[in-house]
Write a protein that binds this ligand. Structure first.
Ligand code: ADP
Ligand code: ZN
Length: 749
């Protein structure tokens, strides 16, 4: 028997049918009927509670269908309607629907990226738990745990090292431990957990006006702002790629255009790569516009929800945030800006694996808004879109203060033998900076002291037993650590494979760089910024604040210091080794290296003082290094594009990556082979090519074997369309091995 809406009732509410999207991997939404007397009447975009597989779940109404194929006897009732009005508008529903089909996930999974966590469950707000050591707890307790309760030991050690309470969720994620060691420590009374509910005031904290409006735009800024405001005034969609060298004043362009957008009564969303790492940028936006809603990953659920409601009510007309801020429910959106658009962090690493930059363009188009993608080193995808005329290119080649781009010298480590992290030229340059009372940034994208433990007898590198990664020596903790699974061990006194004594610690991690500076320049005031030293947002702010005030001379750090920092007294940037990222087995290794070097180099010479960059490398002739040293994006891009075109790699083709993971390696192999066979059978090789399966570059992580398979489709990837359905069906049918589908992957590891 088919149920028709009309047969049951005409009046709103009871008897109607609803389609509901649930945050589960399923290809279709489910239909429920609305029992008589349900209040309020469900509408598209409202949250509802339903029972699914015996559990009560929250879903979103996506449709009020007239009829359904589900037999009436099997149709289940809606349990409750949770909202008085839709929490999602038609545009966001449309965007998430597209995301589900493009990224091969369910609509409910795509919607889960949009809603604040509070709205994804029933019941009230969940507060956050903050942890701190109990009064009087210290080294003594730590010693009792050592070698007996590793996880508890690491939790307590981290809490003792932190400058204040840490959020439980953050801590568990960072240390990669389960909640139980925390509970045990609580029971022992060694740590204290506190429920906190941060209020709105922190969200709206009065801005410190850190950057005043410049008296005059530069000529290049004028041109860019002119083009953008013309489009804002005329209305309608247009996507722009703003390629502006570091220090050319891109932020000022964003601020000026947003002023125009606000004057037109419309709202703005600004996406930045890692909000926790860009306190300066946030300060600039707050300084200019006051009521700026900031959305970042370290906010509590309640804060996020408050911000979300303020935005919906039109009380905050500017939103600055990381990736997910793209889905802020901004009414009458006038502009979406993606700063540092080339950053891989705009791609979400879990389902739905969307790319916020690409979705930003779509959201702007749906909203008839302007989209600006800004970068000194645009992704080749965006560059190609600009070349094809899909995006309007705006260029700013000069630095604001007329300053030269800093001069870059490449130090060939094959010739200039470095003792420890510093070659002769870098040490000399650092000496000069310290004598003149200027500041230096030293960049080394590996944390720990020595990244490699090497046995000179059997010439083996010591690896983690559970992962495909080498163990890293951390000197302060006197431990070796796997950066993949976070397991720690005592320093082995002998080679685990041949038992010869005397392992050597090779390579320079950020910890060793810091030590080396202090060893050579004992009077220097040095701070290190990496995830071993920075536990809380306040830590960054403190270190950056001190550096800004001139209380520090040298800042050593990992990629945490690559982005957005604007300190006029920095005259030297030393890149300890440019080689690490160059040799990753990834099609974008060269592009990433170029981008990272350019970005780090851009931290010097931003004020009146000239800047100097030294790049240390064993491969001085690599195009990524040569062109980064020349600040020559165009030459780098055109060379790299040729290589990509030959191989039909992005942007001349699209990729889908399937990752298979399981403890049992034969299961991974079999699943990989059978998936490849299914794909070969159904895909036209002219439209989509199947590569693999092959072991993933990280073939073992936490005891799980990993294989991957790539599907490559030329052009704009139409050939991937049939693959999506096949992959989703395969993933649904096979609970093991775990299958992960990644469309347009940004990492192949
Ligand atoms: P980018 O983001 O392109 O690297 P920024 O926007 O951070 O560059 O600007 C670099 C510096 O120049 C900042 O200190 C900024 O305050 C300053 N600046 C930007 N535009 C102007 C201008 N028109 N006049 C004077 N200073 C400016
Ligand atoms: Zn490991």
């Amino acid at each position: 028997m088919r149920v028709k809406q009309g047969e049951l009732l005409d009046s709103p509410g009871p008897g109607a049918l609803v389609r509901v999207a649930l945050n589960r991997p399923m290809r279709e939404e489910y239909t429920y009927f609305v029992p008589p007397g349900t209040e309020p009447a469900p509408q598209v975009g409202m949250r509802v509670a339903v029972s699914f597989a015996g559990r009560r779940e929250v879903g979103i109404v996506t449709e009020l269908p007239e009829e359904t194929d589900v037999p009436a006897s099997r149709l289940k009732p809606l349990s409750a309607v949770l909202d008085d009005e839709p929490v999602l508008d038609a545009q966001l529903l449309k965007l998430t629907h597209f995301m589900a089909s493009y990224y091969a996930c369910s609509w409910g999974e795509a919607l889960s990226a949009v809603l604040p966590a509070v709205l994804k469950r029933e019941g009230g707000r969940r507060k956050v738990v903050q942890l701190r050591p109990a009064e009087g707890v210290g080294a003594e307790q730590l010693a009792q745990l050592e070698d007996k309760h590793e996880a508890q030991f690491r939790v307590l050690r981290t809490l003792l090292e932190a400058s204040g309470p840490l959020e439980r969720g953050d801590l568990l994620r960072k240390l990669n431990v389960s909640p139980s060691p925390v509970q045990t420590l609580e029971k022992k009374g060694w740590i204290v957990a506190e429920l906190v509910e941060a209020g709105l005031d922190e969200l709206l904290a009065a801005p410190a006006e850190r950057r005043s409006k410049p008296a005059q735009l530069t000529a290049e800024q004028e041109v860019a702002v002119g083009a953008l405001t013309a489009r804002v005034r005329a209305g309608g969609f247009e996507a722009f790629l703003l390629r502006g060298v570091t220090g050319s004043g891109k932020t000022e362009v964003y601020l000026s255009v947003i002023e125009e957008v606000l004057a037109a009564g419309r709202g703005a969303i600004v996406l930045v790569p890692e909000i926790a790492l860009t306190p300066q940028t946030v300060g600039w936006f707050r300084g200019r516009f006051g009521q700026v809603a900031v959305l970042h990953s370290r906010m509590t659920d309640a804060q996020r929800h408050d911000a979300w409601r303020m935005i919906r009510r039109g009380e905050a007309r500017v939103v600055v945030g990381a990736r997910s801020a793209l889905f802020a429910p901004m009414p009458d959106l006038g502009i979406v800006i993606v700063d540092e658009e080339h950053e891989p962090s705009f791609k979400q690493g879990s389902t739905p694996r969307y790319h916020a930059r690409d979705m930003a363009v779509l959201r702007a188009r749906d909203a008839e808004a302007v989209c600006v993608l800004g970068s000194a080193t645009p992704s080749l995808e965006s560059w190609e879109n600009a070349r094809q005329g899909r995006y309007t290119l705006l260029t700013m080649d000069k630095r604001v203060h007329g300053g030269q781009l800093p001069s870059v010298e490449v130090v060939d480590l094959r010739v200039e033998k470095a003792e420890g992290p510093f070659s002769g030229p870098l040490e000399l340059a650092l000496k000069g900076v310290l004598e003149r009372g200027e500041q230096a940034i030293l960049f080394q994208n590996r944390r720990g002291f020595a990244p490699v433990l090497w046995c000179r007898a059997c010439r083996m590198v010591v690896r983690c037993a559970q992962c495909d990664s080498s163990l890293v020596f951390h000197k302060r903790h006197q431990r070796v650590v796997c950066h993949s699974c976070c397991e720690e061990q005592h320093i082995p006194s002998a080679c685990p494979s041949c038992t010869a004594p005397g392992l050597r610690f090779l390579g320079d991690g950020s910890e060793r760089v810091e030590e080396a500076v202090l060893a050579r320049f004992p009077a220097a005031r040095v701070a290190r910024m990496d995830s071993d030293t920075m536990h809380r947002r306040e830590d960054y702010e403190e270190v950056l604040g001190a550096f800004g005030r001139g209380d520090l001379d040298v800042l050593v750090g990992t990629q945490m210091i690559a982005k957005g920092l604007d300190f006029p007294r920095v005259t030297l940037v030393g890149i300890i080794s440019a080689d690490g990222s160059l040799h990753l087995p990834d099609l974008r290794a060269s592009e990433r290296t170029f981008q990272l070097l350019s970005q780090v180099a851009g931290r010097a010479g931003r004020g009146e003082l000239a800047g100097r960059i030294l790049i240390q490398t064993h491969t001085p002739d690599h195009p990524a290094i040569v062109q980064a040293a020349r600040h020559d994006y165009l030459t780098f891009a055109s060379g790299e594009m040729e290589l990509r075109e030959e191989l039909s790699y992005p942007p001349f083709g699209r990729l889908a990556r399937v990752l298979l993971e399981d403890e049992d390696s034969s299961r991974v192999e079999q699943a990989g082979a059978s998936l490849a066979a299914i794909l070969q059978e159904h895909l036209d090789p002219a439209e989509a090519q199947v590569l693999g399966p092959a072991p993933a570059p990280m073939a073992l992580v936490r005891g799980r074997h990993r294989a991957h398979l790539l599907i490559k489709a030329p052009g704009r990837g139409e050939g991937l369309a049939p693959a999506r359905g096949i992959l989703q069906a395969f993933a649904e049918r096979n609970p093991r091995p775990r299958v992960t589908i990644d469309i347009d992957p940004v990492s192949m590891l």
